[in-house]
Design a binder for this molecule. Structure first.
Ligand code: HEC
Ligand code: HEC
Ligand code: HEC
Ligand code: HEC
Length: 413
């Protein structure tokens, strides 16, 4: 590569790089890794001090009223852009220009800017010292209550009948252990909605919020499964034979692989028989089970119940929820340690305004702001977690970019 001037200003995302030749190699690598990105967007890495000075003029006239001349915003909803990764700034400005971020304020601001001005103003703001970590009010900073412990606390009200940790010791009451959350949640809403007629359960769950139900479901799904502790009267061998017609849906040994179909392994026997009766007489209105339940008589249902009660239950495939810090570890893989990105395309998150972080993550989740990577990352984040992650990164110390004036000739090794 031909060196352009005595003093080439190089920004390498917090890494001090010695010698232009090394920078070129690193750059080539980044561009290859960046696949779909236009190599022209990386031109900004070779911005000169004059470019930065001229960029400041652009910033003064066009950006400072909102972003501040030093790139640190004092307005809610307006992001800090000081010290942000230069390639990212450049890419986002082009994106606004094309209308691709759905923000009319920014689109109107940059609509008529030429590429040169965009490059220079990006270089200028990237060269500024980043904001200090944001002081977030203590209330907002409180960690998200863990779904699992919230579920455990709420399940205390259920344990009297369903057994501690959901293993039934009471004939006629089902075990809730090893139940897939999807089936669990559907069962509760069937009680609430009356498709499953049971006045007592309807009453018991009517006050539960959606979050309560999800948390309780998660709690039971994550306990070590065990068989119900009640006697089962039927003939196990006869039950095993009869179960051949059930295993297609309920799985071998009653361990279901389908979240919407309950596992039967270890289920309480008297409840099992009552459930078969309820499907048959329609008080549990379910078109899938109506046929199989009608096809077996009361004695066979008892045998089936005894067989399944003796089978070993297995935990459903449900992951333990991650804490905010565990989530952040995943984010840091792209956004850098503590949100200090070293990938030119991934923005730094450290010390960004919490309100802005929260808003854009919601925008990714709803698909209003398009990004393949962030759509995947945000789909499983709920609103509380998004707010907590915003707070988490707003409080992290931002690391500025390192600058280096390159010598005219490569350094001797
Ligand atoms: C009228 C106020 C206003 C002006 C003027 C303005 N901006 Fe913005 N800017 C915003 C707001 C609000 C957002 C957040 C928009 C969004 O959510 O997409 C934003 C977002 C950005 C972003 C995206 C930051 C990120 O982390 O993704 C960049 C980069 C940016 N502005 C740069 C500039 C530059 C450079 C100028 C001057 C050429 C400028 N802005 C002028 C209000 C303004
Ligand atoms: C007073 C005893 C009692 C209490 C307390 C109780 N349940 Fe139940 N629960 C039952 C009985 C009995 C059934 C079986 C009802 C039926 O035949 O549909 C049942 C059924 C269920 C089922 C359906 C299980 C399946 O296999 O389809 C779920 C889910 C459930 N209860 C959840 C809960 C939750 C959550 C709580 C606590 C908020 C709770 N129950 C509190 C007695 C109780
Ligand atoms: C075509 C698939 C299918 C077949 C075959 C099938 N089931 Fe089911 N079964 C289901 C589904 C789906 C449910 C959940 C229905 C609901 O939400 O009430 C269910 C529910 C049940 C329940 C209630 C479990 C609980 O926790 O409340 C029992 C008991 C049951 N089945 C037993 C059997 C038996 C015994 C057979 C064989 C004779 C059988 N099923 C055959 C799909 C099937
Ligand atoms: C696979 C890489 C990857 C992972 C993992 C990832 N991100 Fe991103 N993130 C990106 C990229 C690339 C962008 C820029 C997308 C764009 O241009 O809109 C981005 C943008 C963002 C933005 C917008 C910042 C701004 O200044 O506008 C936020 C906020 C964000 N990510 C938060 C997160 C959080 C929180 C996590 C973890 C839950 C996460 N990201 C995980 C790659 C990733």
């Amino acid at each position: 590569m031909k060196r352009r001037a005595q003093s080439v200003l190089l920004k390498m995302f917090g890494t001090v790089v010695v010698g232009g030749w090394l920078a070129t190699a690193a750059l080539a690598q980044t561009i290859t890794a960046g696949a779909a990105t236009n190599p022209m967007d990386y031109k900004i890495l070779y911005a000169t001090p004059q470019d930065v000075v001229q960029g400041k003029q652009v910033a003064l006239t066009m950006c400072a009223s909102c972003h501040g001349i030093n790139g640190i915003s004092s307005q809610k909803g307006v992001p800090n852009i000081a010290g942000q990764r230069p390639v990212y700034l450049h890419l986002e400005l082009k994106m606004y220009q094309a209308g691709g971020r759905g923000n009319t304020t920014m689109t109107n601001t940059v609509k008529y800017m030429n590429d040169d001005a965009i490059m220079k103003v990006s270089a200028y703001y990237a060269s500024q010292d980043p904001a200090e970590p944001m002081a977030v009010p203590a209330k907002a900073a409180a960690a998200k209550p863990n779904a699992l412990s919230a579920g455990k606390a709420a399940a205390v009200a259920c344990g009297g009948c369903h057994g501690e940790a959901g293993v039934s010791k009471m004939a006629g009451t089902p075990s809730l252990i090893g139940m897939d959350p999807k089936y669990f949640v559907a069962a509760i809403s069937a009680y609430k909605g009356g498709q499953r007629k049971h006045d007592m359960m309807k009453e018991l769950v009517s006050e539960l919020t959606e979050a309560d139900i999800n948390n309780i479901a998660l709690y039971y799904a994550l306990q070590a499964p065990d068989k119900a502790k009640t006697p089962a009267a039927g003939n196990v061998a006869a039950g095993k034979t009869a179960a051949a017609s059930c295993s297609g849906c309920h799985g071998d040994g009653g361990v279901s692989g389908n979240p919407a179909t309950p596992s039967l392994a270890g289920q309480e026997a008297q409840y099992f028989v009552a459930a078969m009766r309820a499907y048959k007489d329609g008080s549990r209105n379910n078109s899938t089970m109506k046929g199989p339940a009608t096809a077996v008589d009361e004695a066979t249902a008892k045998n089936l119940a005894a067989y399944y009660a003796g089978q070993t239950p297995k935990a459903p495939q449900v992951g333990k929820p991650l804490s905010v810090a565990e989530w952040a570890e995943r984010c840091d893989r792209c956004h850098g340690v503590n949100g200090n990105s070293t990938d030119p395309r991934a923005p730094a998150l450290a010390s960004q305004r919490a309100d802005y972080l929260e808003r854009v993550m919601l925008a990714y989740k709803k698909g209003e702001r398009k990004s393949k990577e962030m759509a995947v990352m945000s789909e499983s984040l709920d609103d509380d977690l998004i707010a907590a992650l915003g707070t988490y990164y707003a409080q992290k110390k931002a690391r500025g970019l390192a600058y280096m004036i390159l010598p005219l000739v490569p350094l001797k090794k």
